[in-house]
Design a protein around this ligand. Structure first.
Ligand SMILES: [Fe+2]
Length: 367
């Protein structure tokens, strides 16, 4: 008997969320895997890499990933090595955790050092080069699991680099012309869009951008000097203007670097975006869904599964951390519920007014 195409959901009510537990991958585990990747024979495509996965990734048919929507890959290159070109419609963030090197993306060379960050736009052909005398290691954060779930992750190995169709002024004018063809229906803001506009959305160039740690650190350290009573987070988001009001480094992810002076304890909060933290100086702990996790420099952590209640605390020295969240995607989908204070209701960020800190009040008090 063939299976019915109908799944009876009459009277169905949703199950409560079954959050993935936080996991901590220690510096020692990461170092051992780096050593192992450096010791194997060079693979044909030059990519010495391991996915860092959550033990539950296969349960729900998502992933492999560190959380359902984010894949973190540990990538190693020995001196003089380079990877074969590749491109795909997933977008990425690269973060250097050891040594230095270069990446060539669509012909642009990014020369990077320790703790530098850079983004990979969709369908940009790239290769990594270790042009230094030491091992280099990167974390790569990708939204590939999401595209794989949708069964549309397009990956081309060794692509024939056709240049991307770049945005020209003429085309921008054409897009404006198309918008003029949109027809209002009624007077409450509903419109009809003709096919010509549908297949030619306004193009926004997705640039390859590089955030060197040295420049960023100077700005960040100024935030470290903020008043002890400041109730926000001492961080900068590495903003890619192509992501507009969705506040991302890629259309899918934000990436922030935080300075957490010694002895700072965040207020517990939660958000539907999931957070992955990499600590690269200092030590501290997080409390996630009432369970405590201690971490130190060099540890990587799925530190907040989406909607899990959490807060972080630094111990006796300043902490630097890279945080990646799938927040821009959530904002675009109108799915970013954010509860900054657990005694107050959550808000849909990007759709209704967000939250404020006490930064202005402290400034007024100081002057
Ligand atoms: Fe958070």
């Amino acid at each position: 008997m063939s299976q019915s195409p109908f799944l009876d959901r009459s009277g169905w009510t949703p199950e409560p969320l079954d959050l993935w537990e936080p996991i901590l991958i220690t510096k020692e585990e990461i170092d051992a895997e780096i050593e192992r990747l450096a010791s194997i024979a060079r693979p044909a495509n030059g990519r010495r890499q391991s996915l860092i996965v959550h033990p539950r990734w296969n349960e729900l048919g998502v992933g492999p990933g560190l959380n359902p929507g984010v894949r973190v890959t540990l990538e190693v290159l020995k001196p003089g090595e380079e990877t074969a070109p590749i491109r795909h419609n997933s977008t990425q963030i690269n973060f250097c955790i050891k040594g230095s090197g270069s990446t060539i993306i669509n012909g642009k060379r990014i020369k990077y050092g320790l703790y530098d960050t850079w983004n990979f736009p969709s369908m940009a052909t790239y290769r990594h080069i270790n042009d230094s005398n030491d091992l280099h290691v990167r974390f790569c954060y990708s939204n590939a699991p999401l595209l794989e779930k949708l069964n549309v992750h397009i990956v081309e190995d060794a692509p024939q680099e056709p240049p991307l169709h770049v945005v020209e002024e003429k085309e921008e004018a054409k897009a404006q012309e198309s918008i003029a063809k949109i027809v209002p229906l009624g007077d409450e803001g509903a419109f009809l869009m003709p096919y010509e506009v549908l297949i030619n959305p306004e193009p926004v160039e997705s640039k390859i951008l590089h955030w060197p740690w040295q420049g960023l650190k100077g700005e960040l350290d100024k935030l470290g000097g903020l008043d002890k009573n400041y109730r926000g987070r001492r961080l900068y988001m590495m903003w890619n203007p192509a992501t507009g009001r969705h506040n991302g480094i890629t259309p899918n992810f934000f990436a922030t670097i935080t300075i957490r002076p010694a002895g700072i304890v965040d207020r517990p909060h939660r958000h539907t975006s999931a957070a992955i933290n990499y600590y690269f100086q200092g030590s501290g702990h997080s409390v996630v869904e009432k369970k405590r996790y201690d971490w130190k420099a060099g540890d990587l952590m799925l530190s907040a599964p989406g909607w899990g209640i959490h807060n972080h605390a630094s111990h006796d020295e300043p902490v630097y951390e890279l945080t990646v969240q799938d927040q821009p995607l959530m904002i675009y989908m109108e799915s970013l519920l954010w509860q900054e204070d657990l005694k107050k209701p959550w808000r849909v960020l990007g759709t209704e007014a967000g939250f404020e800190t006490n930064a202005e009040a402290l400034k007024r008090k100081a002057s």
